[in-house]
Design a protein around this ligand. Structure first.
Ligand SMILES: Cc1ncc(COP(=O)(O)O)c(C=O)c1O
Length: 390
């Protein structure tokens, strides 16, 4: 039992009784975030920024408020906070601007552990500019991205390093602080994809030292949106693709069109929820529940756990295979028992080969988050046990 035993009540989306191990693809929204979105929509403040009337001033105040709250959550200067529709969209905008200053001979380091939203934008930028993407390899035995695998690729030609904060497929957490230090020593800049890390670990972007940190609020109990922090001087100096009247400095350079004010209200509430819950309580709860899940899967004959076998430097997410069943068949059978899991590659496309998985079928993915309890784990394990005849 942990201090978060009663937290399910804060999530109206769980009232149907399903066990929702699909959090890595998007969590249920917390009550205060849902209400903040609705309150904003009802308030009459739906307007736009920089106007001469009160509703417009409320939009400016909301932008300042949510930037400050997310800045506190991520441990970083709120001046660099960009709000967009998704992390993928934010990355496409960012790399399009970065590409204006890339050319043949320049190198970008990406990793096999990353979600494609921190890979494809770089591959496209390289295709368009003649730059080269060098891929840091995942260790197939441990399911880890070792620091040396990235650092050994860094050299005088390296311009950018793009690395995940945590794998959305198998949970592995690389040492982004070490990697950032090595990149900066070589004069390169670093993007950390913090989408899977943010709901599970205390984030201190200043301590990591990276130049860009991305996250998506729908993975941490808020609305569907992407938040990208860009170091403020870099934010102002990158040649953003933007419409002419858009601001010449600050986040407005990368916020295409009118932002979703209602999403920003929901993001503010979701970030507050995480801050108030405290990451210490989140980690204590999630580690206990995830340890139960991992041990239960390891103990089942006919089940193969994919990725790191332990809890060290690890978000509470795992993949697994079940003998004699495709991942889709497993997910379908679990759905019969009201257990939601994802099957497939989950957009971590480069990791599938090194992990020994089929490129399309991938594996079954189960993620623990704040509202998953031991009863959910028992339900999942019993359903898998039936599949393997136990
Ligand atoms: C680790 C990671 N990075 C990036 C993304 C992309 O986020 P978005 O859906 O906001 O584009 C995801 C989404 O699943 C993810 O898990």
């Amino acid at each position: 039992m942990t201090g978060l035993t009663d937290i399910r009540r804060r999530f109206p989306g769980l009232s149907d009784g399903w066990s929702r191990f699909d959090g890595p693809a998007g969590t249920q929204a917390v009550d205060t975030s849902i209400e903040a979105v609705a309150d904003w929509q009802r308030s009459g403040n739906n307007a736009n920024s920089h106007g001469a009337f009160p509703a417009a001033r409320e939009c400016d105040a909301l932008a300042d408020r949510v930037s400050a709250t997310v800045g506190e959550l991520l441990g970083v200067d709120p001046a660099g906070m960009v709000f967009g529709p998704s992390t993928t969209a934010n990355m496409m905008a960012l790399t399009r601007a970065i590409a204006a200053d890339l050319g043949p001979g320049d190198e970008i380091i990406c990793t096999e552990l990353d979600h494609d939203s921190n890979l494809a934008p770089w591959l496209l930028a390289a295709r368009d500019t003649g730059a080269t993407v060098r891929m840091a390899c995942l260790d197939p035995d441990s399911g880890r991205l070792h620091t040396e695998a990235v650092v050994d690729l860094i050299g005088p030609a390296t311009r950018w390093v793009a690395v995940t904060g945590a794998s959305n497929a198998i949970g592995a957490i690389p040492d982004t602080t070490e990697i950032t230090g090595a990149a900066h020593a070589a004069g390169a800049r670093v993007v950390v994809d913090g989408v899977h890390l943010t709901p599970h670990r205390h984030i201190d972007v200043n301590a990591i030292g990276c130049d860009v940190f991305t996250t998506s609020s729908y993975k941490w109990y808020g609305p569907h949106a992407g938040v990208m922090w860009v170091e403020p001087d870099l934010l102002d100096s990158l040649p953003a693709y933007k419409v002419r009247p858009a601001p010449a400095s600050g986040p407005g350079r990368f916020q295409y069109g009118t932002p979703s004010w209602e999403a920003m209200a929901g993001i503010d509430a979701a970030a507050r929820f995480l801050l108030e819950t405290t990451m210490a309580a989140v980690i204590e709860h999630e580690e206990a529940v995830f340890a139960h899940l991992l041990a239960g899967l390891h103990d089942l004959p006919g089940v193969q756990v994919v990725g790191p076998p332990d809890l060290v430097d690890r978000a509470p997410t795992t993949m697994f295979l079940v003998d004699g069943h495709t991942p889709l068949q497993v997910a379908t059978r679990l759905a019969d028992e009201m257990v939601a899991v994802w099957d497939g590659h989950n957009y971590a496309v480069e990791a599938m080969g090194p992990l020994g998985l089929d490129a399309d079928d991938g594996a079954v993915r189960a993620g623990v988050c704040i509202y998953i309890g031991h009863d959910d784990v028992e339900r999942l394990l019993e359903a898998v046990a039936t599949l393997v005849g136990h």
